[in-house]
Design a protein around this ligand. Structure first.
Ligand code: MG
Length: 475
């Protein structure tokens, strides 16, 4: 009898009613992206760190999915732009003038920012009814009109750019400047901001991980009853390294290890807050880094483990990041070796939030939710590696072709072009040591064609990183 009544009601009220009931039962998930800064591929336990203990991240990976071929852009600002927009930096000016002197990111006196016409994850899910919050480093333009509050975030607590910018002491020894290795807060004039107001200046770097964590936990607790998107962009372990008192000497891996172990604690605090709020089975948490380790900083930089090179290059060590997806009861636990990219976070978030990514522009990401749920393989089969607006390498399946290589920021290995390209089999040679181009001309031809096809989709845009204000702006 009960069944019969249900059927009659269903027919009478029609499809719309059935759909709205389904939507109530399956509440759209919260989405949290935790981004480390300059963390290397092998800097956490589950990705091979021999001397850094990260029990919370290791457990997160064991309970969720650990992606071993997940990629980002080779340096901070382009990587953050790609993550938030699902578009390659070459499409929206998120690069420096080739051959120019800009540091290939937005500077502390940048006159430009991520163009406001771009649609960020925050804007997209906000339009679908999500509450949006950001904690941490922005680095997509320091002027008020480019800050997070103008890019879809309801709230922001953090710093507008890297905490090694606006240096107040001499640094004529470049990366070997002593201040980087014995930092004091007053060596940098970096503001800590809440929304559009400066809270503190200079910020005390040693407090950042702890305070970002407190803010993230408070956001989760306060917003737990509605779908939310939270972007936690740690300032560390980017140099200058700093950790709170409780983590001094915490690690067997020196100060760099201390810093990473505090971030591990922070990730644990976020997951604990979700459990405390009873929303862990309705929240996707993604952990990743923005780019590879900054190797010239030696023991103040991280490690890419078996991968070649680091930050600022299109070798694997510059762009392959440790990535973890966690969502108890929904993400099928396991190790994923399929290719994924930070570009895919925006379309994945859109699918989960029930929002449509913009259709009036070229998107470069894919919805990874079938992989997360264990219902299908990664839709991504190709990967394009850029430095500035220069396509330097292409990966397709297990093979990667390099057309151009160089050391980070023009140092070390000189810029070299290859015709035919270098070819590596990343399945058997993730360290990119053995060029096999001569033995596989068919694979080389295919990758050259793939690069040519991709280049035809790119409409030239102006580089935005070189535009700076005439004098440093005071807030
Ligand atoms: Mg970085």
């Amino acid at each position: 009898m009960k069944v019969a009544i249900t059927l009659v009601v269903g027919v009478a009220l029609g499809v719309l009613t059935v759909k709205s009931v389904t939507a109530q039962v399956q509440r759209r998930p919260n989405i949290i992206v935790i981004l480390a800064d300059d963390l290397g591929y092998a800097d956490i336990g589950t990705f091979g760190a021999p001397n850094i203990r990260t029990p919370r991240l290791d457990a997160m990976a064991a309970e969720g999915q650990k992606w071993t071929s997940f990629y980002v852009q080779p340096v901070c600002s382009p990587s953050r732009a790609a993550l938030l927009t699902g578009r390659l930096p070459v499409r929206n000016g998120m690069f420096g003038a080739p051959g120019g002197t800009a540091p290939k990111v937005f500077r502390d006196n940048a006159a430009q920012g991520l163009p406001t016409e771009e649609v960020t994850i925050a804007e997209l899910v906000k339009s679908a009814g999500y509450t949006t919050g950001m904690v941490g480093k922005w680095h997509l333009g320091q002027l008020a009109q480019f800050l997070p509050m103008r890019q879809g975030f309801d709230s922001w607590f953090g710093v507008p750019f890297s905490h090694d910018m606006r240096m107040t002491v001499p640094h004529d020894k470049g990366l070997q400047t002593e201040a980087y290795y014995s930092p004091k807060p007053e060596y940098w004039d970096v503001p800590l901001m809440r929304n559009n107001e400066v809270l503190e200046r200079p910020v005390d770097h040693r407090t950042l991980t702890k305070r970002y964590t407190d803010e993230a936990v408070r956001f989760i607790t306060e917003k737990r009853t509605r779908p939310f998107f939270l972007y936690v962009a740690h300032s560390l372990p980017h140099i200058p390294l700093a950790r709170s008192d409780g983590f001094v000497g915490h690690s067997a891996g020196g100060i760099y290890g201390d810093v990473v172990e505090e971030i591990d604690w922070s990730v644990g605090a976020v997951l604990d807050a979700l459990r405390q709020a009873g929303i862990e089975e309705n929240t996707l948490v993604i952990f990743m880094s923005d780019n590879g380790p900054w190797l010239p900083f030696r023991d103040h930089g991280g490690s890419a483990g078996p991968l070649r090179e680091g930050k600022g290059t299109t070798w694997e060590g510059g762009v392959r990041t440790p990535a973890i997806f966690w969502w108890p009861g929904t993400v099928r636990p396991g190790v994923v070796t399929d290719i994924g990219s930070g570009l895919d976070v925006m379309p994945t978030a859109a699918a989960l939030a029930g929002a449509l990514p913009p259709s009036d522009r070229t998107m470069d990401g894919f919805d990874l939710s079938p992989v997360l749920k264990g219902t299908g393989p990664s839709p991504r089969h190709e990967l394009f590696y850029y430095w500035d607006n220069e396509l330097r390498a292409v990966r397709k399946s297990r093979y990667k072709a390099h057309f151009i290589t160089s050391g980070a920021y023009g140092e070390g290995e000189p810029r070299t072009t290859y015709t035919p390209p270098l070819l590596f089999d990343l399945a058997t040679d993730p360290g990119e040591r053995f060029n096999i181009a001569a033995a596989h001309p068919d694979v080389v031809s295919d990758l050259v064609r793939t690069a040519d096809t991709h280049r035809r989709t790119v409409v030239p845009t102006q580089p935005l990183f070189d535009a700076i204000l005439p004098t440093p702006q005071k807030r």
